[in-house]
Design a protein around this ligand. Sequence first.
Ligand code: 2DT
Ligand code: MG
Length: 210
Amino acid sequence: MATEQEERGALIVFEGLDRSGKSTQAKRLVEKIINSGRMAVLQAFPDRQSPVGEMIDRYLRGEIDMDEHALHLLFSADRFLKKKMIKQHIAQGVDVVCDRYCYSGVSYSLAKGLPEEWVRVTDQGLPKPDIVLFFQVSPEVAAARGGFGNERLETAELQAKVGKIMPTLRDDAFWKSVNADGTPDAVEKEVFQLYKELDRSQPLEVLEKI
Ligand code: 2DT
Ligand code: MG
């Protein structure tokens, strides 16, 4: 039987709408994992510091225009460029916590009207998450957390569409809902409970169909 030190890392993905608290809670989870004696790294997608992520960032901030298909592929490429890092960390027992992943990619591109079959294949071959923590926030609570920012995708119209599409991607085998209306401490507790229930006995899988 594997000892605790020999256990592989886990791939943990936070998904949900803007202002649902994903980034705050992803950071908190990494801290909590480290405090509990394991190793963990945080990876935000898009990774605005990488060369590909920087192009995405410039688009989001309205500095450059881009064809929507090209943008979709850049978001996917941004993830594939992290595939090796994710697999290496997981092999070494390090948990990888992602703030957004391919489910944001598919949801936003479908919300913009890109072709469904095409949008759903560009992330095939990525490491499959062990768990998707699906942050569910009520419109009232999200609104109370403040207005939208000034980035390109931060409009009420697009958010409403994404809010309808993302739940349709749900796969009950590895998605868990998190009540994101709670206080930050309550959400942190719920997330850590789900984290502790992770099963690491099987190897990391490869993402097939979204
Ligand atoms: P942040 O505000 O979380 O930095 O996201 N997005 C994100 C996509 O359209 N496709 C993707 O694949 C990903 C990961 C969601 C910036 C915006 O980018 C959108 C909001
Ligand atoms: Mg944002």
